[in-house]
Design a protein around this ligand. Structure first.
Ligand code: MN
Length: 315
């Protein structure tokens, strides 16, 4: 089985809140969110839950779903116990090579792709505000790409006691390549760039992953970038896969230098909209903004009142 992976904080963020699991036959990407360092905590907890593999189902979609449910319980528990971690959550896209099938589980807007015969196909549906609007015909895919709220997700691991997990199975054929990545890649590069990087580095998937991180950074590097590739060996590689020594890496921010000169750039915070009726989807950001405007107006009033009082006392 060929494997390749890379992660990078990008050019605008100080921390890498992405985490990944490369532990054949299990692969995953988690993109954490939350104030301060809570995003890192959320994605790290979710990845750890996956690596421990505590699942009550032995195989297939039930197993993947139950692994993600366990990750959800752990992140949610920490978020309720630790005030600094309140409201944190993470995306989670998981692939489990199970015999001659690949079982996927998915929550959020990280993505899984299948690259087959030089074509790329997105396997997962984004659980994001803009994707919902595209699916309901209220936004074109082109509008979604540059939408200011494109990082708002509608489903996350760890924000509710239970999570709704998408699961599906792909039966790979020889030469199929799978890619799991965070939105820091797909917001910055198009499908063509991904295919070109793969064609150029097909013999070394680590180099393909690094090339994509480089392309995302050249495209702006607005967010943390994580790329995981794996290629299943035409249905005969299962034994080799399960016997392979685990490769475990944590997604740590090891490249603070990339920030030089950009420290003042405010990070774009990801937020979750509680899933609900479609018409309500576009509401929360507006409401938040209005609430902010009201508190700013109140703050201004208080400053003026304080100034008047000071003048009355001192003049
Ligand atoms: Mn992200």
């Amino acid at each position: 089985m060929k494997i390749g992976f890379a992660t990078h904080p990008g050019r605008k963020r100080r921390h890498n809140e992405d985490a990944y699991v490369v532990e054949p036959p299990l692969f995953a990407v988690a993109d954490g969110m939350g104030g301060a360092k809570a995003g890192e905590v959320a994605s790290g907890l979710a990845a750890a839950a996956l690596k421990e593999g505590a699942s009550d189902a032995s195989s297939g979609e039930d197993r993947v779903s139950s692994l993600i449910q366990e990750a959800n319980r752990r992140v949610f528990r920490r978020a309720t116990e630790d005030r600094d971690a309140s409201g944190m959550g993470t995306t989670m896209t998981v692939a489990l090579v199970d015999g001659d099938r690949v079982v996927f589980g998915h929550v959020g807007d990280s993505r899984a792709y299948l690259i087959r015969n030089g074509a790329i196909e997105q396997l997962t549906d984004d659980h994001s505000l803009v994707a919902e609007l595209v699916r309901s015909g209220r936004l074109t895919p082109e509008e979604a790409e540059s939408h200011p709220q494109r990082s708002v997700i509608t489903r996350a691991v760890g924000t509710e006691p239970d999570v709704d997990v998408d699961t599906f199975v792909i039966e790979p054929t020889e030469g199929d390549l799978f890619l799991i990545c965070s939105d820091g890649l797909t917001d910055m590069v198009d499908d063509r760039t991904i295919i070109q990087a793969i064609e150029k580095h097909r013999g070394d998937l680590d180099n393909a992953a690094k090339a994509l991180v480089g392309a995302a950074n050249r495209g702006g590097g607005e967010d943390n970038i994580t790329v995981v590739f794996f290629e299943v060996d035409g249905g005969t590689g299962d034994t080799a896969v399960t016997q392979q020594a685990p490769v475990v890496e944590s997604a740590t921010s090891d490249d603070e230098d990339t920030l030089s000169g950009l420290e003042g750039v405010p990070p774009v915070e990801t937020m979750v909209v509680t899933p609900g009726a479609a018409p309500a989807l576009s509401e929360p950001p507006k409401r938040r903004r209005r609430a902010l405007q009201i508190s700013l107006a109140l703050a201004a009033l208080l400053i003026v009142a304080a100034a008047v009082l000071w003048l009355l006392e001192h003049v």
